[in-house]
Design a protein around this ligand. Structure first.
Ligand code: HEC
Length: 105
């Protein structure tokens, strides 16, 4: 009986690892991407960067100086990202922005 219970616990742990693992890996990949591609010129911390350079509008994240959507800005070549990397960075910035709002409110 004890063995069955241990097996169930082990299985539950595996399921958790499988469902949380990839999401976390993606978040840290995106953070690493931000640090390498953007952090050389900007602050490497995405939430600090958002505070300094980005404002939140109804249409999403917009550059504070140019008032241009960050996505458009990156698509125009800023930071020299591949299209897939732009998606990843935008998702990352939006997630970081959302979670910092949760903390503030
Ligand atoms: C080669 C240096 C360099 C790299 C790499 C770089 N930036 Fe910039 N970025 C700048 C400079 C210079 C400015 C304009 C001055 C400022 O606002 O700091 C700027 C401005 C910005 C702005 C604000 C625009 C505005 O309207 O005020 C955003 C948003 C931005 N960068 C995002 C990024 C992101 C995201 C990356 C990574 C993919 C990145 N940058 C990579 C140099 C760089």
């Amino acid at each position: 009986m004890l063995e069955t219970r241990m097996l169930k616990t082990a299985l539950a742990a595996l399921v958790c690892a499988a469902s949380f693992g990839p999401a976390q890996a993606q978040g840290s990949d995106a953070q690493t991407l931000f640090e390498t591609k953007c952090g050389s010129c900007h602050v490497p911390d995405a939430s600090e960067f958002l505070e300094q350079k980005v404002i939140v509008t109804g249409d999403g994240l917009v550059g504070e100086g140019s008032k241009m959507p960050v996505q458009t800005f990156l698509e125009s070549g800023h930071g020299r990202l591949e299209p897939a990397e732009i998606t990843l960075i935008m998702e990352h910035l939006e997630t970081v922005q959302d979670s910092s709002q949760l903390i503030l409110n």
